[in-house]
Design a protein around this ligand. Structure first.
Ligand code: UGA
Length: 451
């Protein structure tokens, strides 16, 4: 099918490239000329495994191109997918990019005589597609919905494995307002072998939030237990959650082999979730709930627990050092999770700001993040740890566990590491390194445990 994708962010470009790979004819549209040029020359404007190779081959086969003329592209395609950002602004979803994109698409619809379906892929609160988007399309095109179609098709792509997630999806959710649009989406995804859920626009919109809210809830659930264990002598959250995960309802045993579902990796304590999706989706959903007259008690708690974790690792460093004022502290990891250079809403940024507020000189190292405006990022972990009074490990990069901690503890002024992800457990931590895990009652040396 001839498809226009509006937005060349990570959702739009991954979607466009993968649909071209699946045999469709795709035009990616963006208002930023440098993005259009980058896509046309086979350079994705961000890093995502496999994307550059697939983009080059789609361009080479003539199945993909980029343009900045939305209306023209819409007019020469059968389906348009809106994949622009819906950030969170002061706790509310910001639909301005989506509105602007829908207006341009509407102009393109004026020139079309064949039936055309407009699909919302951006994450939007329930009711957005059949009210705001529909109204804008109708006004800009002069047509009534029905002479064009509407669908909502949420994405479930994780940064770092977005291409693999797209090509081998768990499920495809297709919300459609009209029958032809449901059929058009079924056609787009014909070659994808997975459950396909055909439903209403609003169910599709809500499903996306429910999915991310569950992930965030599991993380905050785990972190609530981390906090409880930190306050309870004789407890260790790793043991507690490890034992909890052995419940066969969570990890079924089949032919004597235990199946470990991927979701269990979200049942781990840490210093909080981040990224461009979970935090903003929880905020947008809380705001939506309040507007609907629902008190989002659980989501409020999920957000509050998450906000408390960076302060907890800072407090642990403070307790170990006695005082943070004037200390040199290394932050290990800046990305919101391993495998990406994305620092949006990363817990590392909250940790850094809180340390700086306490008078700490902070330096940081991350295997993929080379610079943050206004902040010193070291070129090596060695450089970050040299002369440091303590380190706080914030991102669970696997290479941190493989470091030579015996040598590194000798270049630190004080060999103290707060392991904010319990990423060093099981690695070769030398006797001389005071490695403080999270979710375990912290007992400063020499203080006996009173049971
Ligand atoms: C998330 C969802 O996982 C995707 O399904 C969804 O499509 C996407 O948001 C989106 O809305 O666009 P992503 O933000 O890439 O994807 O992040 P995740 O890999 O889920 O990580 C989110 C948080 O969970 C991070 O802070 C990470 O540290 C934590 N996490 C991640 C875990 O605790 N365990 C894991 O196994 C993976």
């Amino acid at each position: 099918m001839r498809i226009t994708i509006v937005g060349t962010g990570y959702v739009g470009l991954v979607t466009g490239t993968c649909l071209a790979h699946a045999g469709h004819d795709v035009t990616c549209v963006d208002t930023q000329p440098d993005r259009v040029a980058a896509v046309n020359s086979g350079r994705p404007p961000f890093y995502e495994p496999e994307l550059a190779e697939m983009l080059s081959s789609a361009l080479g086969e003539g199945r993909l191109r980029a343009s900045n003329n939305t209306a023209e592209c819409v007019a020469s395609s059968e389906i348009t997918v809106l994949a622009v950002g819906t950030p969170c602004c002061r706790g509310e979803i910001d639909l301005s990019y989506l509105s602007a994109a829908a207006a341009e698409v509407g102009k393109g619809l004026r020139a079309i005589s064949d039936y055309h379906t407009v699909v919302v892929k951006s994450t939007v609160v329930p009711g957005t597609t059949d009210t705001l988007v529909r109204d804008i399309l109708e006004r800009a095109s002069g047509l009534s919905a029905g002479s064009f179609g509407l669908a909502m098709n949420p994405e479930f792509l994780r940064e770092g494995s977005a291409v693999a997630d797209f090509m081998d999806p768990d499920r495809i959710v297709i919300g459609h307002w009209d029958e032809p649009s449901g059929q058009a989406l079924a056609e787009i995804y014909r070659s994808f072998d997975c459950p396909k859920v055909f439903t209403t626009l609003r169910n599709a919109e809500m499903t996306k939030y429910a999915s991310n809210a569950l992930l965030a809830t599991l993380i905050s659930f785990s972190n609530e237990f981390a906090a409880l264990c930190e306050a309870t002598a004789g407890t260790d959250v790793e043991k507690v959650l490890g034992a909890l995960q052995l419940d066969r309802r969570l990890s079924p045993v089949h032919n004597s082999v235990r199946i470990v579902p991927g979701i269990l990796s979200y049942l781990r304590a840490g210093c909080g979730f981040g990224g461009s999706c979970l935090p903003k989706d929880i905020s947008a959903l809380r705001d939506y709930a309040v507007r609907q007259g629902v008190v989002p008690r659980l989501l409020d708690a999920v957000a509050a627990v998450n906000a408390s974790r960076p302060a907890q690792v800072v407090a642990m460093a403070e307790e170990a050092l006695g005082s943070l004022r004037g200390a040199d502290v290394a932050v290990l990891g800046l990305a919101f999770k391993p495998g990406t250079d994305d620092v949006r809403d990363s817990p590392a940024l909250a940790v850094i700001h809180q340390l700086e507020d306490k008078g700490v000189a902070v330096r940081a190292y991350d295997p993929m993040v080379r610079a943050i405006p206004g902040f010193r990022v070291c070129g090596s972990v060695r450089q970050a740890l040299t002369g440091a009074d303590a380190a706080i490990l914030v991102t669970a990069w696997p290479e941190f566990a493989d470091l030579d901690w015996t040598a590194l503890s000798q270049i630190m002024r004080r060999p103290i590491v707060v392991d904010g992800r319990n990423a060093l457990a099981g690695s070769n931590v030398p006797e001389g390194l005071n490695c403080i895990p999270i979710g375990r009652h912290f007992r400063p040396e020499g203080v006996s445990l009173a049971l």
